[in-house]
Design a protein around this ligand. Structure first.
Ligand code: ZN
Length: 197
């Protein structure tokens, strides 16, 4: 079963510090999208075991900060591409008859446009590497097609750069999701959440 249960609880955004109602997903092994609110009394015949702590997953950031972080990652992504082109490790070409490789400046300009678009729509940009779906890539002189070894190395190197850049800009969590939460029943059989130690 891939289903889960949801606990709604007030958690603080890890970036702006604002408390907001957050969905915490957890699993018991027999789940069918049950929903609870923090502090709700849980009947005795529920499958929730008072002696168990269920590990829970939730967003680290509020919606506004999530968009802000994804936009920062998008900018860092293009900066990483431009940097690797400059170092001669990466070649990005548009396929077809007249192949021309991107210069670092062209890649930065494309990144600038994409970041402006993301900001204008106030929506979180999609998965970063799909940005390159239409291009042919070469990494360290090897063709980097999706799923191939050179592509794997390319992704790894770019992701390292993005992580370092986000870290330097004050985004300290490596991922958008936190999995450090525990859902449990307290002595009064009400459902609670705490940070795992
Ligand atoms: Zn926030």
């Amino acid at each position: 079963m891939t289903l889960y249960r949801t606990l709604y609880a007030a958690l603080t955004c890890d970036h702006c510090g604002q408390a907001r109602e957050t969905q915490i997903q957890f699993r018991t092994g027999r789940d069918n999208l049950e929903e609870y609110h923090q502090g709700e009394a849980i009947p005795d015949d529920s499958i929730l075991n008072p002696n168990m702590r269920y590990s829970g997953q939730a967003d680290w950031y509020c919606q506004a900060c999530t968009i802000q972080r994804k936009t920062a990652a998008l900018a860092a992504f293009y900066e990483a591409l431009a940097g690797f082109i400059q170092q001669g490790r990466l070649k990005v070409q548009k396929g077809g008859l007249f192949k021309r490789a991107f210069t670092p400046e062209q890649m930065r300009a494309l990144g600038h446009t994409r970041v402006q678009q993301a900001k204008a729509t106030q929506k979180a940009p999609g998965p970063l590497f799909t940005e390159l779906a239409d291009f042919e890539l070469t990494w360290d002189d090897n063709p980097a097609f999706q799923g191939g070894p050179a592509y794997g190395l390319f992704i790894e190197n770019v992701n390292d750069q993005i992580a370092a850049s986000l870290q330097a800009q004050g985004w300290h969590r490596p991922s958008l999701l936190r999995d450090d939460l525990e859902v449990y029943l307290d002595g009064n059989s009400t459902i609670q959440v705490t940070q795992a130690v």
